[in-house]
Structures are given as C-alpha cells and as structure tokens.
Design a binder for this molecule. Sequence first.
Ligand code: 2AM
Length: 194
Amino acid sequence: MAGIRSFVAIELPDEVKTALANLQSNLKAQTPPKVVRWARPESIHLTLQFLGDVAPGQVESIGHALQEVGADQAPFTFQLRELGVFPNPRRVRVVWVGVEESSGELASLQKRISQALKSLGFEPEKRPFSPHITLGRADRRAGQRDLAQVGEQIVSSQVGAVGQVHVDHITLMKSDLKPSGAVYTPLAIAAFGK
Ligand code: 2AM
C-alpha cells in the first residue's frame, strides 16, 4: 500500500498566519515575479521532524508516541522575528522567518520527538535542528541573478518582530503533493499535559 507522506509540526494561530500573509504581500511587491513560490499562508507551519512515507498501519503508533511526548511537555511560547534564507543569499532555496525561543524548550521537545520516533524506526535528521518558518521556496525556473538579488534583499531587510506563538500541542500532519502546492491534513494531535 502507498505510504503517507508525513511530518510532525507546530501549527500556527490564525493571527500569526495573517501577519505572515501581510509580510508575504510586502515581499511580493518588492521582489521580481516568478523567483519565489510563496507558501499558502493557511498551510504555513513549523516542522519538527519530516518522516517521509509512512505505512498506513504505523500512523496509530506514531500518534501514541507523540501523545506520550506531549503528556510530559508544558506549554511554551516562541517569537517570530526577522527573515533569512537557506542555504545562503547567493543560492536561495528557502525563504524563512526566524524562530526565537531562549529557554531551550523547542529544541528539547524536538529532541524528545526524534528519540521517540527513532524507536519506531525513523532515523533522526543528520543535520542539527534549525527551527524556521518557511515563507517561500525558490522557483525552479528562476535565474541565478534574480535569486541572488532576492537573497540579498531578504537578508538585508529588517522586519523585526512578526508574531508570537503559544504552543500547547503538536500535530502529525499528512502532506499531499499537488500541482498547485502541498495540501496538509492533521492525522493526529498530541496535547501538552504538564
Ligand atoms: P521546510 O519548511 O523547511 O521546507 C513538509 O514537507 C514539511 O517538511 C516542510 O515544511 C519541510 O520543511 C519539511 N521537510 C523537512 N525535510 C524534508 C524533506 N526531505 N522533504 C520534504 N520536506 C521536508
């Protein structure tokens, strides 16, 4: 049976999605067209771990593993501030909003999720966790010069504080890849219990 493309995410409140949509509109107005494919505001999220294709029979045990992690987690807050690009301004692939959370709660939550999922056979990412909110991705047809120009513009922008996110649950999300962009649907929600 076909796998279910899945990831573990923190969902964003509507007011933050609205702030991100406004930020995207400003950026769209300042950048050449067809260089960045902007994410649909309603689908913007913070990824904690990408799982790839999951067997349908595994969804329940992943949900349970996440619920155990959530039961031992207290709610916390993080800030969204400033813009950046991956991997660097000369070779833009992802345009993101930065995530600031000084207490270390976010990194420790991500670590506990990755440990819980490792015991179900999902290997943790080799790269260090680098929390970010993807606003857009480079269009495959974009030229190097346009991309470098947008990269420079983004990293020299100063947008300051964009919003605040109070986190009280995590979500196992399904991703359906469609020509018009990925469509995300929650498969399981794990509420924080501490
Ligand atoms: P990104 O926002 O940094 O691009 C669903 O695809 C989510 O999983 C995206 O938010 C994406 O993060 C993340 N993700 C992480 N690794 C991925 C991979 N190898 N392929 C696709 N998505 C990945």
